[in-house]
Write a protein that binds this ligand. Structure first.
Ligand code: F6P
Ligand code: MG
Length: 448
């Protein structure tokens, strides 16, 4: 229940037995840890080939670190300070101190008693510690296989998307503003559904094997439960300036989520924004370490563009070449501030990452992709569903922003009265199945 006024509602936590947080910490996180250990086992030969005995010893040590971590998690041990002396180690250990101060009757911070957001982020950072502490494992991306597989499995959808994009671009000059808006909304929705990692969602259709993501959009429309696309469009148009002061300098920031197919949908959207003259500059924000299994790192970003350039498909390789050119000339840039792989709620950013907040204040529109970003935007708290999105942001308003999110965790605000109840009666797991989505907008300039 949200306490009106100064205190935000409680954080989602595995301390609430039976909650989605509880099931994630009890079942899903240990499973993910086991998969990481299996990946290291499966790559043993490569480590030996690349590093000899040293590689085998490091792999063994990393696995023992991870097995110890899994035991701590499954037996709800107090969380431990990080000891790997990395760039963000101090911030993590300082945050643990903050969380300790919040614990009731001095209980230690632990997996089944502390906020889910913190504990899930902490697990991924402890996985990185196991690698950092055992070079040459420190450069190994334990999630790489899954991320590249998502790219290779989506080739047909990617080719269709690039074809659609490039054919639009070749006819751009005589595109009416209405067509421009219509196509922008299509690419925005493709990027939104990309967050499901694939568009093979049946959407109740029996021909869900459509290879062209654009064809699926109309069937998926009804699963968008908050749609502020119009405000996103008018923010972009306003950023062009008007009449003589046509600035045409709009800068759009995309806070990325998953690699693979989702990243391609983001690159296609970004290409359309530049090619249609809706933006002059795109800043991509990715993760500085492998994160939440499928999140984009700098290596993933560069690999995806290189793979697209190398594709034996006319429009795909043309897109890749264009993207490579955008990066070279600085129209596009990639950034990976450590803040994005720390456990902070975004309302902490102005204080805990003032430099990043200032950078984001220079944006005309910030697109936040995915579920984890939504949880951090709203602080992963037990808000009433009808609380305004602006309220749940608790002062995080660097620039006009929009969340493009498929629901995979039980936090959702900004709904109409009765909307959550209706969804629950139709689909009990509407908040966690990934079947529903939001395009949710907030702007510092909009009346509160
Ligand atoms: O619930 C599944 C989960 O691990 C959430 O904890 C997390 O927010 C989400 O998946 C990650 O999804 P996304 O990649 O869309 O951020
Ligand atoms: Mg993700």
């Amino acid at each position: 229940m949200e306490v009106e006024g100064i205190f935000p509602p409680l954080s989602l936590s595995a301390k609430f037995e039976g909650s989605f947080a509880y099931l994630t910490v009890r079942d899903r996180l240990p499973t993910i840890l086991t998969k990481v250990v299996d990946t290291l086992h499966r790559n043993k030969e490569n480590f030996f080939k690349d590093y000899g005995e040293e590689g085998i010893k490091a792999e063994k040590r990393a696995i023992s670190f991870l097995s110890k971590l899994r035991n701590e998690l499954q037996t709800d041990k107090p969380v431990l300070l990080l000891t790997d002396n990395a760039e963000d180690t101090e911030a993590w250990n300082e945050y643990m101190g903050r969380q300790q101060d919040l614990m009731e009757d001095g209980q230690p911070v632990s997996w089944f008693k502390s906020p889910w957001l913190y504990m899930e982020c902490y697990m991924y950072r402890r996985i990185q510690e196991a690698l950092y502490m055992n070079p040459p494992m420190d450069k190994f991306d334990v999630y790489k296989e899954g991320k590249t597989q998502s790219f290779f499995e989506s080739q047909q959808a990617i080719k269709s998307l690039c074809t659609y994009l490039q054919e639009l671009i070749t006819n751009m000059e005589n595109m009416t503003e209405m067509k421009l808006r219509e196509n922008f909304l299509k690419f925005l929705q493709v990027s939104l559904w990309g967050n499901k990692c694939d568009l093979s969602i049946s959407a109740g259709q029996d021909n869900s094997q459509r290879s062209n993501p654009i064809d699926s959009l109309s069937d998926l429309q009804r699963f968008i439960i908050v749609d502020d696309s119009n405000m996103v469009w008018s923010t972009l148009v306003a950023a062009q300036g008007s009449g003589s002061s046509l600035k045409k300098h709009a800068r759009v920031d995309i806070v990325l989520d998953n690699a693979g197919f989702e990243l391609v949908t983001d690159l296609v959207l970004a290409d359309f924004l530049i090619s249609a003259g809706l933006a002059k500059q795109i800043r991509f924000h990715g993760k500085s370490i492998p994160w939440f299994v499928s999140d984009v790192t700098k290596q993933d970003f560069e690999w995806t563009i290189m793979q697209t350039v190398a594709a034996n498909h006319k429009w795909m390789s043309a897109s890749g070449a264009q993207w490579k050119h955008f990066m070279k000339e600085g129209t596009w840039s990639y950034h990976d501030h450590p803040f994005w792989t720390l456990p902070y709620e975004f309302c902490d950013m102005a204080l805990d990452a003032a430099d990043l907040y200032r950078t984001l204040q220079g944006s005309d529109l910030i697109l936040f992709k995915g579920d984890l970003n939504y949880r951090k935007l709203t602080g992963d708290r037990k808000w009433e569903h009808t609380v305004l999105f602006d309220r749940a942001l608790r002062g995080f308003q660097p620039a006009p922003l929009c969340s493009l999110r498929t629901l995979k965790a039980d936090v959702q605000v900004g709904l109409q009265p009765g909307q959550a109840e209706k969804l629950s009666s139709q689909d009990p797991d509407w908040m966690t199945s990934g079947k529903y989505a939001v395009v949710q907008f907030s702007s510092p300039h909009r009346e509160q």
